[in-house]
Design a protein around this ligand. Structure first.
Ligand code: FAD
Length: 246
């Protein structure tokens, strides 16, 4: 049974925010999680499709993705850095990639999302609109906060481009969601490493000490110690790959 008690399709961000600040309403983007969720709590759905947040704008140094850009769009658009488009193509089944959005992926903060790790490596910044206006925040901060606050809307995600990148992962099978993955990017002498599978969301780590402060939750795919071991090994591999490739 649908959990939706009402459906709204606003055509401006301001109207969407007014609906979201009203009690019991949530943003509906691609709906891949919201409609699959077993949570029985009834909600009003505020469909973001009418807001025109589907553009991909490209300059020499920056790419801005509207929050309703889908993972399928990311995979197919030739301007998207390969690290990001390859990661988008590895998330979810292909039918769901045509629905799932960049904004929904950021708001969800799935700990295993290699797309979020790729966006972290590309120094992504998230534009969030609220009753007090729109402001930008680093993706790492938005993830650490558990997503945007209630009543706020992700409108865009921008990333810096260029640099050398590397990706390594270990999963139960090559096509399975990685147990742990490491994504790295080096630009202007600065190396960034993002890991999945080691915290409540994908995280940026110190390349020289990648497991510092981490205590991954164990599950049927890997114990805490195994995940920490993979974090060290995979980080060493991506760093070696960057060294070899630069
Ligand atoms: C079978 C299956 C497989 C999945 N596999 C993966 C996977 O491989 N990797 C992965 O990361 N996730 C996975 N997911 C989880 C989820 O589908 C994805 O995170 C997806 O990208 C969510 O995007 P969406 O646009 O469909 O969001 P929705 O389902 O529409 O929304 C998800 C949440 O985000 C909020 N939200 C959406 N857009 C915004 C916005 N612009 N501003 C503020 N809040 C917003 C919604 O209110 C809701 O709480 C999977 C889910 C299913 C059902």
């Amino acid at each position: 049974m649908s959990r939706a008690t009402s459906y709204h399709r606003p055509d401006t961000v301001e109207r969407a925010l007014a609906l979201l600040t009203a009690g019991g309403n949530v943003a509906l983007a691609g709906g891949t999680l919201l409609n699959a969720d077993d949570d029985p709590t009834p909600v009003g759905m505020v469909d973001l499709q009418g807001l025109g947040l589907t553009s991909i704008s490209v300059t020499d140094a920056l790419i801005e993705l509207g929050s309703m850009v889908t993972l399928h769009d990311l995979r197919r658009n030739g301007s998207i850095p390969p690290l990001v488009s390859n990661a988008a193509g590895a998330e979810l089944p292909s039918t769901l990639r045509t629905l799932a959005t960049v904004g929904g992926t950021v708001a969800t903060g799935n700990p295993d999302s290699i797309l979020l790790a790729a966006l972290l490596a590309h120094s992504a910044e998230v534009q969030v609109a609220g009753p007090d206006g729109t402001g930008g925040a680093p993706l790492s901060n938005v993830l650490a906060a558990g997503g945007p606050c209630h009543g706020r809307l992700i409108t865009a995600v921008s990333l810096t481009v260029g640099g050398t990148t590397a990706y390594e992962a270990v999963g139960r099978t090559p096509s399975d969601t990685p147990i742990v993955s490491a994504t790295a990017r080096r630009t202007d002498g600065l190396t960034t490493v993002a890991l999945t599978g080691v915290a409540a969301t994908p995280v940026l780590v110190d390349p020289a000490d990648p497991t510092a402060g981490l205590e991954p939750a164990a599950d049927f795919r890997g114990s805490t110690d195994y995940r920490l071991h993979l974090a060290s090994v995979l980080t060493a591999r991506v760093l070696a790959s960057l060294d070899g490739g630069s």
